[in-house]
Design a protein around this ligand. Structure first.
Ligand SMILES: Cc1cc2nc3c(=O)[nH]c(=O)nc-3n(C[C@H](O)[C@H](O)[C@H](O)COP(=O)(O)O)c2cc1C
Length: 378
């Protein structure tokens, strides 16, 4: 009797939708569980460190997709301590052994490239200059993700129309650098209230030039970046992350569904590899709430691979793939705390709990590479 149940379990396991292979463009993925981009603030002086080799390789599976933490495209891109960049030769060289380690275990590794825009202050900026944005509207001080510290922001400098191509070019060069570092592709960070999202959202963008006003105008900056990067490295190596429904850092939109749909449809023109969207239920970073909205219209509109993220657990992810609401499911906090997450999902094994307190500390081990693997006595 028991044996029979076991056998049935096994059959069931092998048909787990999350564990079926998937062909994403030229990449043959062995399963659907993706490591989310996760800022860990352990890249001292904006240079990736050797301890990231172990961190990423712990989370690598053969044929698994990993998205690296948000990585600055230029000296003006930063807004948090100890986050990595990819605009200097030193940074590119420092990424190489990390990428090599992921490749050695058969992983596919994309670099998330970002610019924080006004989510910054003069302390993070070259020569103490104001941060740049689409607007000069300041951001009110915000409680940091640790729930304790309050982040202060300097009033931003509104980019003039003729300065915008320079920022697009920074993204293009960062993408080229990512390929030079060995990454398999890049994910453009167009989510969560950072620079690209600031342009897209009508709560922030108050421009009167061709980058403001209509939906088409507000999305122009994002699509120019998509185009520039696609021309530089090939659209088959380009993904983008979007969070039309989110309003982090006072970056909300009055019609998020129209925005998400417009982007999904416009991205088709460039034939990029994937579109990665954050679920409407993620109202603030790390908090889940019920939402009447869904990503289904965008999933249907977009021709490439569709990734979803935000509050997924095992069952939820299985359902999303089984119901064809997503091709791949992106896991943040669960993957952070469970380096062997795909194995645990396969076995339906218990999960380690994540420790919020150590998400963003600079320690090279604690809360970073010391989460135990299944069966280890750690
Ligand atoms: C510690 C931490 C760091 C994060 N850093 C990034 C980041 O660099 N880029 C990004 O797009 N999202 C970032 N996020 C959001 C996650 O990628 C993910 O969308 C979010 O945690 C919700 O997914 P989850 O419920 O699976 O954790 C971060 C989240 C956490 C908890």
């Amino acid at each position: 009797m028991e044996r029979k149940e076991e056998a049935q379990d096994e059959v069931h396991t092998h048909h787990l939708p999350l564990l079926t292979p998937y062909k994403m463009g030229n990449f043959q993925l062995s399963h659907r569980i993706v490591l989310a981009p996760l800022t860990r603030q352990r890249s001292y002086n904006n240079v990736p460190q050797p301890h990231a080799i172990l961190y990423y390789s712990q989370r690598t599976t053969k044929g698994g997709l990993l998205i690296a933490e948000a990585t600055g495209v230029s000296a003006t891109a930063q807004g948090y301590p100890q986050t990595p960049g990819i605009w200097t030769k030193e940074q590119v060289e420092a990424w190489k052994p990390i990428v090599d380690a992921v490749h050695a275990k058969g992983g596919i590794f994309f670099c998330q490239i970002w610019h924080v825009g006004r989510v910054s202050n003069q302390g993070f900026q070259p020569n103490g200059q104001p941060p740049i944005s689409c607007t000069d509207k300041p951001l009110t001080p915000q409680v940091r993700a640790n729930g304790v510290d309050v982040a202060e922001f300097s009033p931003p400098q509104r980019l003039s129309t003729h300065e915008i191509p320079g920022v697009v070019n920074d993204f293009r060069i960062a993408a080229r650098n990512a390929m030079e570092a060995g990454f398999d592709g890049v994910e453009i960070h167009g989510a969560h209230g950072y620079l690209i999202d600031q342009f897209m959202k009508d709560q922030v963008n108050d421009r009167t030039d061709e980058y403001g006003g209509s939906l088409e105008n507000r999305c122009r900056f994002a699509l120019e970046i998509v185009e520039a990067i696609s021309n530089e490295i090939g659209a088959d190596k380009v993904g983008i992350r979007l969070s039309p429904f989110a309003n982090y850092s006072e970056s909300g939109d009055s019609n998020p569904k129209a925005l998400g749909l417009y982007m999904a449809e416009s991205l088709n023109k460039y034939g990029i590899l994937y579109c990665h969207m954050v679920e409407p239920r993620m109202v603030t970073v790390g908090e889940k709430s019920d939402s009447p909205h869904s990503l289904l219209p965008m999933r249907k509109a977009f021709n490439g691979t569709f990734l979803v993220a935000g509050g997924y657990n095992r069952e939820d992810g299985i359902k999303a793939v089984a119901e064809n609401r997503a091709d791949l499911v992106v896991y943040g906090r669960l993957f952070l705390a469970n380096p062997d997450l795909p194995k645990r999902f396969e076995l339906n094994a218990p999960l380690n709990k994540y420790d919020r307190e150590t998400f963003y500390i600079p320690d090279p081990v604690i809360g970073y590479t010391d989460y135990p693997f299944l069966g280890s006595t750690n």
